[in-house]
Write a protein that binds this ligand. Structure first.
Ligand code: FES
Length: 148
């Protein structure tokens, strides 16, 4: 199977039904995308398919064929963090950091769809991303900063 990930063509040998998350982590060693629940409930495994945030634990790798997959490893460009990554850092969001890549990827999807979201829209969109450390106020602050 051929996948296009972070602007590069990658050939993978995994079965077509294998969840994209396992292909990324186990076959391609791209471990920035996290396994949280494996059931589509936590958002830790969020990546972009085109501009849409998707739960990579829930979609077979074959469903991503022909689409641009962006993972956390593909956000920074030319040694410079993506503005969303920078905003999360500026706001000191993370504690354990496990939810970080999923949060950041969902935020990127939100801001692509809606560059100036209201607080309600941010909360509504980010609802499916869980942070066990409860850093939600800082996440909200970072998203507002990134949207400026
Ligand atoms: Fe995919 Fe939790 S690991 S949503």
């Amino acid at each position: 199977m051929e996948l296009r990930i972070n602007g590069k063509k990658r050939t993978v040998t995994a079965d077509a039904k294998t969840p994209l998350l396992y292909v990324l982590r186990d076959e391609l060693d791209m471990t920035g995308t996290k396994y949280g629940c494996g059931e589509g409930q936590c958002g830790a495994c969020t990546v972009l398919l085109g501009d849409a945030a998707v739960r990579s634990c829930q979609i077979p790798a074959s469903a991503a064929q022909g689409k641009e997959i962006t993972t956390i490893e593909g956000l920074a460009q030319d040694g410079k963090l993506h503005p969303v990554q920078q905003a999360y850092l500026n706001e000191d969001v993370f504690q354990c950091g496990y939810c970080a890549s999923g949060m950041v990827m969902s935020t990127v999807a939100l801001l692509r769809a809606k560059p100036k979201p209201t607080e309600e829209e941010i909360i509504g969109f980010m609802n499916g991303n869980v942070c066990r450390c409860g850093t939600y106020p800082r996440i909200l602050a970072a998203i507002k900063e990134a949207a400026k």
